[in-house]
Design a binder for this molecule. Structure first.
Ligand code: SF4
Length: 499
């Protein structure tokens, strides 16, 4: 779709709304395109007005939005927050008139919708006021508003349980037995890169030692640990033993209340590995079927069957893990609403403490994206998610965190469901950006959260195992940046106290 701007330069806002409403379209700025939107911004003494004129499939649709000019104080007229908001809303109104329906998350384009009610509640707004914000300013549907409010409450509870000197630790193990068709993660199949695992683990132990020293110097304590990837249980039992031993020895983990290991692929789970995890204090394991239908699993390139999940789950329960998570994906190619229902029913029957229901997102670099695979219709995905809502609620689960991704079927969401008392604090910290999450290993992104302004600083680790092996200097520089961030935050806090 061709985007034309008059009176502003809000490319980002326009592109975000284009992606939300017309995910099949790409922005065009030069040349001809049969579909065109013209976004105009004009300012008068009283009102700042945005107008969208959308020419879509040979028909014209219009939308508008405005804000008091006085509200602009201190904001750039060209692309400030309020300008972006009214331009998005004008485009949204024209776009939904053309489409004939409103998406579940309305005009919300961000990936963390829960932050809006959470911030409002933290400022002292009532629940009704926080929900009204979602309804009136973003046109979020009633069901999604309820979902966001449930998650906002969980986020505030989690925030209240954190101390200012605590951080979470993420350790990325970028190896998997095979590559799933929907995966864009830089994950090397061990078949091809087995030779890299031993050197990768050596470098990782050096990074753990270096970062632990930095955290000690800064007086920071690890509250939660999450070993993800990839599939960490691709490592052998002795390798896991050495890695987890190093983690506990170097980091102390005396304040750690939650230790998760992703054991996503059942074909990597053995009783020996589970015994090692338990011996090192791991208390949450994620066993991820994605689907229980063998046909769907085969189409996704996963080298296991539904029956393997049942066997792996039994092993995990037998090993005594108090919390088990299972992931499912709604909208996989070759799946159907009935197939998804059956997968979810089988998972609920197993009784894991957490069930995470993802919606398929088409990611760049994934086999699905490259092959242009046919996906279930949005209406089928909507049916799957509606069933998930009713079945999980009836089985005693409640939603506690959610996030959205680009190129997601039907512009829905991923939701973490939990039995009462088993909310995963790491996921809440990560998704709601409640406190710093420090990433070690391959492909992780450290997120430092400024305790006052909420500013986020991201520091990426190398993506490819090969790059990671030679990244000693880069990792040392990351530790220095991280230390500088915390020292500046502490100085800020001291300055404010004195002031
Ligand atoms: S298990 Fe996860 S990280 Fe590994 S290939 Fe599949 S989606 Fe990617």
């Amino acid at each position: 779709m061709k985007l034309i701007f008059k009176g502003h330069a809000c490319k980002y806002a326009a592109e975000q709304m284009l992606l939300t409403l017309f995910p099949g379209e790409r922005p065009v700025y030069a040349g001809e395109d049969p579909n065109v939107v013209t976004l105009t911004l004009s300012r008068a003494d009283t009102w700042l007005t945005a107008r969208a004129v959308l020419d879509w499939q040979e028909r014209r649709y219009c939308g508008g939005a405005r804000a008091p000019s006085a509200s602009l104080t201190g904001e750039p007229l060209n692309d400030g927050r309020i300008v972006q908001k009214i331009l998005k809303l004008a485009f949204y109104r024209a776009g939904t008139a053309a489409l004939g329906y409103e998406p579940p998350w309305g005009a919300m384009t961000g990936v963390r919708p829960v932050k809006i009610p959470t911030k409002a509640l933290a400022r002292g707004a009532s629940e009704a006021e926080a929900e009204a914000l979602l309804r009136d300013e973003y046109r979020v549907s009633p069901l999604r508003r309820r979902l966001a409010m449930d998650c906002a409450r969980a986020s505030l509870r989690a925030k209240a349980s954190l101390r200012p000197d605590e951080v979470s630790l993420y350790v990325g193990i970028p190896f998997c037995p095979t590559r799933c068709a929907y995966c864009s993660f830089v994950s090397a199949g061990v078949g091809r890169s087995l030779s890299l695992v031993a050197s990768f683990l050596e470098q990782l132990q050096a990074e753990i030692a270096g970062m632990s020293g930095t955290l000690r110097d800064l007086g920071l304590r690890v509250r939660t640990v999450y070993l993800g990837g990839g599939t960490p249980t691709t490592l052998t039992a002795p390798q896991l033993d050495v890695l987890l031993g190093a983690l506990r020895r170097e980091t102390g983990l005396d304040r750690c209340t939650e230790f998760t290991v992703e054991a996503g692929r059942p074909d990597t789970i053995t009783a020996e590995k589970l015994a090692v995890l338990r011996a090192h204090g791991v208390d949450r394991v994620s066993v991820n079927p994605q689907s229980m239908d063998d046909r769907v699993l085969r189409a996704m390139g996963r080298a296991h069957q539904g029956a393997d999940i049942l066997r792996a789950f039994e092993l995990v329960r037998g090993a005594g893990f108090p919390c088990v998570n299972m992931d499912l994906i709604a909208g996989l190619p070759a799946d159907s609403a009935a197939g998804f229902r059956s997968s979810l029913d089988q998972v609920i029957a197993l009784g894991p403490e957490n069930i995470t229901v993802h919606t398929l997102a088409l990611k760049k670099g994934s086999r699905l994206m490259e092959e242009g695979a046919p996906l279930p219709l949005d209406s089928a995905v909507a049916e799957m998610l509606a069933y998930a809502w009713s079945a999980l609620t009836a089985a005693g689960y409640a939603p506690y965190y959610l996030y959205r991704q680009k190129y997601m079927s039907g512009s829905f969401e991923n939701v973490g469901w939990t039995r009462p008392g088993f909310e995963n604090l790491y996921n809440l910290c990560m998704m709601e950006e409640l406190h710093p999450v420090i990433a070690l290993g391959g492909g992780g992104v450290t997120k430092l959260v400024d305790p006052v302004g909420g500013r986020i600083v991201r520091l990426s680790n190398p993506k490819y195992p090969q790059e990671y092996l030679t990244a000693g200097e880069k990792l040392a520089a990351k530790r220095e940046k991280l230390a500088a961030f915390f020292r500046a935050a502490a100085a800020d806090a001291e300055g404010r106290e004195e002031g």
